[in-house]
Design a protein around this ligand. Structure first.
Ligand code: HEC
Length: 124
């Protein structure tokens, strides 16, 4: 009996090398499909800019050259330029209530997008 099993295995042997490339291809595909590593960037800055124009521009200068904002709310470019500003701090700020700023029920995506937009102003 053991002899027969051995024989059967030998006959199947070519299958092993045939499966290996498929596994490698799958692994390569997973690597290709994985999102690119963007350490500091979250969200979609273009969508965040639209949100900022609609919801934040009454008080903040949300883009350079914009007019009509108040002088008591810091311009977004200034917030972005502050060395203390990080994704973490912005997220914490936007999650907590503030006296002179309305409380927005921003979704996670909206928060990400607005943070991405504010941080994008830093590199200009
Ligand atoms: C009604 C006016 C008003 C609106 C609308 C408003 N803000 Fe503000 N915001 C303020 C004021 C005033 C401050 C400064 C408050 C403070 O320092 O406590 C502020 C501060 C901030 C800060 C912190 C700045 C810092 O120094 O770190 C962030 C970030 C911010 N706002 C983001 C936003 C975003 C994003 C929106 C739109 C979704 C928005 N604000 C809409 C009035 C407003």
């Amino acid at each position: 009996m053991p002899d027969r099993i051995m024989t059967t295995r030998t006959a199947r042997e070519p299958r092993v090398p045939r499966r290996l490339p498929a596994a490698l291809a799958t692994a390569a595909l997973l690597v290709l499909l994985a999102p690119p590593g963007r350490a500091e960037e979250v969200g979609d800055a273009a969508a965040g800019r639209e949100l900022a124009r609609q919801w934040c521009s009454d008080c903040h200068l949300v883009e350079s050259g914009a007019r009509g904002a108040t002088d008591y709310a810091p311009p977004f470019a200034e917030i972005a330029g502050d060395a203390k500003t990080t994704e973490f701090r912005l997220r914490a700020f936007l999650r907590t209530p503030h006296d002179r700023m309305p409380n927005y029920a921003l979704s996670r995506d909206q928060t990400d997008n607005i943070i991405a937009y504010i941080l994008s102003l830093r590199r200009r």
